[in-house]
Ligand binder design. Structure first.
Ligand code: ATP
Ligand code: MG
Length: 453
């Protein structure tokens, strides 16, 4: 039987393998509360996709027909967030669950014509797009079908209904999920125009799930790759972290390169990568990504400054060499190189100043590791970025025997400091600087009063 437009495919509980045992108990509690109060409550998005694929979801998102204010009245741990679209965050001890109200379709609907004269005051447009078709504001609640249509990819639009534990599929997501396909919902040209970040999301999901990007979606993506710079720089920074810290950074990078997204995001760095240095191609970037991937796959954390130092360290070093050849001391050369790197990267991908400084420290503190024990090793070990400094060294030059020995010495010291902090003399205390005695200057008034010249 043919499926009517807008009527979803429903997969009953016995026909799919999603069990409530695999769900967040908090998310389940929210769904039951919504149901008890007479509202619709679905799990939606990435968690349904991941549960169907047998993967552990990163987070659980709930969607409902209750408005944000109704949600707030129902849950004491609720905070309303978002300016573009109000949604509720329900806070639990170790997780935050996002509960959003069904949104309407991403379509250019004409504004309703006011019937009465008193209604003719200026209205807020239902959906505001800029001249290039990018959505600027979208704050209209909709139906479950509309909500599914405005999501990014078919595999991300599946819903799990708490009423009968069924899966609801409005967009053909289940078929794409079993075929391993990332396909935009609707016209990919329009969807990437509305939100260019969807291009990075397509790459991330394709890499992470080992899916292929459907042909029309890919063609539109390649054609629109240069427009990625229209997304805001802080958002692009967040997405870059998600891509390279996904555990499949190498595969993400491959796709970013093939589609032209990488060159658009990092134009200067990308052309440096394509050129050779002293007759050698730049292969370290790829090697570093492999290291990061294997660490993440082993369950280790990689901090954003360490990630950036590993990925861009060689490039920054080459810049620093240039400053050094001009006679700048090494430390200042690193500072200048990092500043130059930040200056060329941040207009497109906004690396926060704090992260930039931490990245600079990881690179510039490498010299310190060579001095054993050096001055006050205990305060060096007590630095919050000590592990990142060690890790950077181990990954970038850990194979060399003498360096490996140095690192072992530092790590042994760190372990001892952790176990027996009291044994270390004057551990991390910095010697008190003598305060300079300042001569009091008499101010002009006082001078006038005393009649001095
Ligand atoms: P992850 O595993 O990274 O959490 P996810 O698919 O759950 O993947 P989220 O960023 O958590 O991604 O978003 C939740 C859902 O919201 C998505 O599955 C998708 O349906 C929708 N969504 C997120 N970002 C967009 C976007 N830019 N455009 C349209 N829909 C989006
Ligand atoms: Mg998610």
């Amino acid at each position: 039987m043919k499926k009517r437009k807008n009527s979803p495919l429903i997969i009953a509980r016995p026909e799919h393998g999603i069990s409530r045992k695999l769900m967040s108990p908090n998310a389940l509690r929210i769904l039951y509360r919504l149901k008890d109060k007479g509202f619709i409550g679905y799990l939606v998005g990435g968690c349904v996709r991941d549960l169907l694929l047998g993967r552990e979801p990163k987070d659980f998102d709930v969607v409902t027909n209750a408005t944000p204010h109704e949600i707030k009245r129902m849950f004491r741990n609720c905070r309303l967030v978002g300016r573009r679209f109000r949604l509720a965050h329900l806070h639990y001890q170790d997780e935050i669950i996002e509960v959003s109200t069904f949104r309407s379709q991403a379509a250019d609907e004409p504004e309703p014509v006011p019937k009465e004269a008193h209604e003719a005051e200026p209205r807020k447009p239902r959906m505001l797009k800029d001249d290039d078709g990018m959505i600027l504001r979208d704050n209209v609640y909709g139906t479950p079908a509309e909500d599914a249509q405005r999501r990014d990819f078919t595999v991300n639009a599946l819903a799990y209904n708490i009423v009968d534990f069924s899966i609801i599929d409005y967009t053909g997501g289940l078929a794409d999920l079993s075929a391993g396909i990332i396909r935009t919902i609707g016209d990919p040209v329009v969807r990437f125009q509305e939100d260019p970040v969807r291009m990075l999301r397509a790459v991330r999901f394709a890499a992470l799930l080992a899916f292929t990007i459907e042909e029309n979606t890919r063609t539109a993506l390649v054609a629109a790759a240069d427009t990625i710079v229209r997304a805001t720089p802080p958002r692009l920074y967040d997405e870059i972290l998600k891509l390279f810290l996904s555990g499949e950074g190498s595969r993400c990078y491959e796709l970013l390169r093939q589609t032209g997204l990488f060159a658009a995001l990092f134009p200067a760095f990308s052309s440096w990568l394509d050129a050779e240095s002293e007759g050698f191609p730049h292969t370290r970037f790829g090697e570093m990504l492999n290291h990061v991937d294997s660490r993440i796959q082993q369950g280790c954390k990689v901090s954003p400054p360490l990630l950036l130092a590993l990925l861009f360290g060689e490039y920054i070093h080459e810049k620093a060499e240039r400053f050094r050849r001009l006679g700048t001391p090494w430390q200042q050369s690193i500072n200048a190189a990092v500043a130059e790197f930040m200056g060329e990267t941040c207009p497109i991908v906004m690396i926060m100043n704090r992260v930039g400084l931490a990245l600079r420290d990881i690179i510039s503190q490498q010299m310190r590791l060579k001095k054993i024990p050096g001055r006050r090793p205990e305060s060096f070990i007590a630095r919050p970025d000590f592990n990142d400094i060690i890790e950077y060294n181990r990954i970038t030059c850990g194979n060399k025997k003498d360096i490996s020995k140095q690192l072992d010495w530092w790590e042994a010291q760190a372990q001892q400091q952790e176990q027996e902090p009291h044994k270390l003399p004057n551990k991390t205390r910095t010697p008190q600087r003598k305060r300079k005695k300042r001569r009091r200057r008499r101010n002009a008034d006082a001078e006038n009063r005393t009649g001095n010249p």
